[in-house]
Design a binder for this molecule. Structure first.
Ligand code: CA
Ligand code: CA
Length: 447
């Protein structure tokens, strides 16, 4: 019977997790005033376990575990969150506990702000913008410029100042259990900072009020938006654990169409770019989204960085970029990809390896609906690699790269220049992952 052995392996993992927590408590005992009674370390002070992905490299990832009481905050509003984050250049360890859902689109008095509030005073209007840059009159050869584009940029800046939250180094930002903790409409950013932990948060409805038309993007042009739910730019030692990401309630299928193209108000869920490095993304749920995760923002993003581990995440109802991998050494293990169309989000592909990315995809589980094409689970530009084994499609061992390469002229390379060693929790079979991850991922699971 599979069930008893599954339970045994779960128990074993929990025992290991507790051991790691006790070790961490011992190491930090001198500063963990609030835990002087030697309880297992609480959620807020937990640090990344040893060897748990690339973020465990070197000194590891401890976030704000050493915060003193003056730098330990509980916040429930946007204004309180901004105050707790403090200055982006202040490296004092801090713990920020988010209680309930913080709406980024609220002013300091708690009043709801709308796109109209951000546009006010800038001269921007969508109808004037659409008239100014209609391909029928403006053409398709150059980016919008002039009065309405300036006004759009100004309005976008007003929104950015409201919804962008800049996380300083040595910070743990974590949802308080049982409070539906998260951020809606916001963009959490770790820019050129080290040692950040983001846990137990539900991110939803991050929307750009002012998408920009780019007639040169693709054959037909595209509407592009600015904000991810979480953005890592030049960030190092980041642990994103047990978070949830969704566009809901603003689903893409409800988007307007202008110039024949979807008016896309979302960018990424969790983008890891501009020389970010040593990142572990673990037990998150990515649902109802298009451009889910970039690793590297361009084919020349950086060399020797962009080292990322993605494990035990659920990707369901995501169109593409799960992730789009560039350049770095990227370990993708024990994830579940459900490629059923959900809420109108029809998957194009799961993993893209391009710009010489060195991906190891190991022991992942793909759920592919009847009629779904295994050859479309991967994508690439002919220079990226995907090594690794033990991947299952509907429970059957499948060499996804071989299936892809048989159907495509730009082949995915099958060898990589590294061997993963920071692999705590790596399960040798993907078989039980759909059941296991159904109840152990996303915000709201941690106690
Ligand atoms: Ca949308
Ligand atoms: Ca982005």
């Amino acid at each position: 019977m599979a069930a008893p052995s599954h339970r045994r392996s779960l128990r074993k993992r929990r025992t290991l997790a507790v051991s790691a927590a006790v070790v961490a408590a011992g190491v930090g005992a001198g500063v963990l005033v609030m835990n002087a009674n030697a309880d297992p370390v609480d959620l807020y002070h937990q640090t990344l376990p040893a060897k748990d992905g690339w973020a465990a490299s070197g000194a590891g990832t401890t976030g704000g575990a050493k915060a003193d009481s003056a730098h330990t905050f509980t916040v429930a509003t946007r204004a309180q969150l901004v105050k707790a984050l403090g200055s982006a250049s202040d490296t004092t360890p801090r713990i920020i506990r988010i209680k309930g859902t913080i709406d980024a689109d609220t002013d300091d008095s708690g009043k709801k702000l709308t796109c109209a509030n951000y546009a006010a005073g800038t001269g921007y209007s969508l109808s004037a913008y659409l008239k100014a840059y209609d391909p029928a009159t403006y053409g398709r050869s150059k980016l919008p410029s002039g009065t309405q584009e300036k006004a759009r940029a100004a309005a976008q800046q007003k929104q950015a100042r409201q919804i962008e939250f800049k996380v300083p180094a040595n910070t743990t930002i974590v949802g308080v259990p049982g409070t539906k903790a998260g951020i809606t409409g916001g963009n959490l950013q770790a820019k050129s900072v080290d040692n950040v932990i983001i846990r137990n948060l539900a991110f939803s409805a991050t929307e750009d009020c002012f998408p920009q038309w780019d007639p040169t993007d693709g054959d037909q042009g595209n509407w592009n938006s600015q904000y991810d739910a979480v953005t890592l730019r030049g960030a190092t030692h980041v642990w994103a654990d047990h978070n949830s990401f969704t566009d809901a309630p603003g689903l893409d299928r409800n988007d307007a169409t202008y110039y024949g193209r979807q008016y896309q108000i979302h960018d990424g869920d969790l983008d890891i770019t501009n020389g970010s490095d040593l990142v572990t993304v673990e037990r998150n749920r990515f649902t109802d989204h298009d451009k889910t995760m970039l690793i590297g923002s361009s084919d020349t993003d950086s060399t020797g960085k962009l080292r990322v581990s993605l494990h035990h995440n659920v990707w369901k109802g995501v169109v593409q970029r799960a992730p789009l991998s560039r350049i770095g050494q990227i370990h993708i293990y024990n994830n579940v990809y459900d490629t059923t169309t959900v809420d109108g989000y029809a998957p194009l592909y799961s993993i893209n390896s391009r710009a010489r990315a060195q991906v190891v995809a190991q022991n992942n589980f793909w759920q592919v609906p009847s009629g779904g094409k295994v050859a479309k689970l991967l994508s690439g530009d002919g220079t990226g690699s995907i090594a690794g084994s033990g991947n299952l499609v509907n429970g059957t061992a499948t060499d996804l790269v071989a299936v892809y390469n048989a159907a495509n002229s730009k082949k995915i390379r099958t060898t990589v220049n590294w061997t993963p060693t920071l692999t705590a929790g790596l399960e040798s079979s993907a078989k039980n992952l759909p059941a296991e991850l159904a109840t152990t991922t996303g915000a709201g699971v941690l106690k």
